[in-house]
Every structure is written in C-alpha cells, then in structure tokens.
Design a protein around this ligand. Structure first.
Ligand code: NI
Length: 157
C-alpha cells in the first residue's frame, strides 16, 4: 500500500448527513473510500480539460437498413485509426445495430471522432463515456478491491 496521509476537514452538519446518506445508498464502506473516488473522478475531468491522453468508449446505435451507412461509419473510423483501439459490432435485432468503439488519444481527437460518428443520418443515438489511461491515478485502489486489475465488487456500480 502507498504511503497514506491523514487529512481532516469540516462540513456543515446537514451536508455531512447528506454525504453519509449517499454513502449508504452507493454502498461505500467509509468516507475515505468515497472521497478517493470523488477526487479521482475530478482528476479525470481535469485530464479531459487539459487535453491529456485519455481513454473513452463511443457507442453508436444505428439503422441497419439505411443504405451505405455501415460502410460510411467504417470509412470514418479508418480516418481515426490512430486513436481506435478496438470496435465491436452487434446486430441488436433485425433492424438495429450497435457499435462500441474503444479509443485512446488526445482528448480533443477523441471528442472529435465521437462527434463525427454521431452525425450521419441513420445514427439513432451516440454517446461517449469519458475514461482515463489511469497513469495519474495509481494508488491503492487496485490493491484493495480484490481482482488482479482492481475490478470493483459487482455491488459497487
Ligand atoms: Ni448489425
């Protein structure tokens, strides 16, 4: 475990009650665990704001019957081969496809491909989940969550 530093801070009683209520609902064992996650989340936001190298997942849901759309989306992805790590295509039903594209690169470039893939006619929905390379977040989290890669217990999220 990395060296721990003990911090203390003050909160209005009402805010502290709201915090404990939230911890209970989210299944956090203690306040420290929650604050670590909160801080890490904020650091990831900063990585995106600073145009650092980030990781993201783009999900596109689209109309399978729109002529040329599937080929067009593939063509667009070829234009961003430098940031695409992997993509998976699933035929959701007879009419609808979903594609999940895992990307890693500068935040502006990742945002750009997310926007580009969401624009063609026939795309019914697109969204991007902003994540991190994790390089700046190394701490004890990976060690106290059990799995070899620190996967959180199923009840957490
Ligand atoms: Ni399909």
């Amino acid at each position: 475990m990395g060296k721990l530093v003990r911090l203390s801070f003050s909160l209005e009683a009402e805010l502290a009650r709201a915090l404990d209520d939230l911890l209970g609902r989210k299944g956090y064992g203690n306040r420290s665990e929650f604050l670590r996650d909160l801080i890490r989340g904020r650091l990831v936001e900063e990585e995106w704001a600073d145009d650092a190298e980030v990781v993201g997942t783009i999900t596109i849901v689209y109309d399978h019957h729109r002529p040329g759309l599937s080929e067009h989306l593939t063509e667009l992805q070829h234009g961003y081969h430098d940031v695409i790590l992997a993509s998976t295509h699933i035929h959701l039903d007879r009419d609808i496809c979903v594609e999940a594209v895992l990307v890693k690169g500068k935040a502006t470039r990742v945002r750009e491909i997310a926007d580009v893939l969401g624009q063609p006619k026939g795309v019914l929905h697109s969204s991007m989940a902003a994540a991190t390379t994790g390089k700046k977040l190394k701490g004890e989290k990976g060690r106290d969550r059990g799995g070899p890669h620190g996967s959180p217990p199923m009840t957490r999220r």
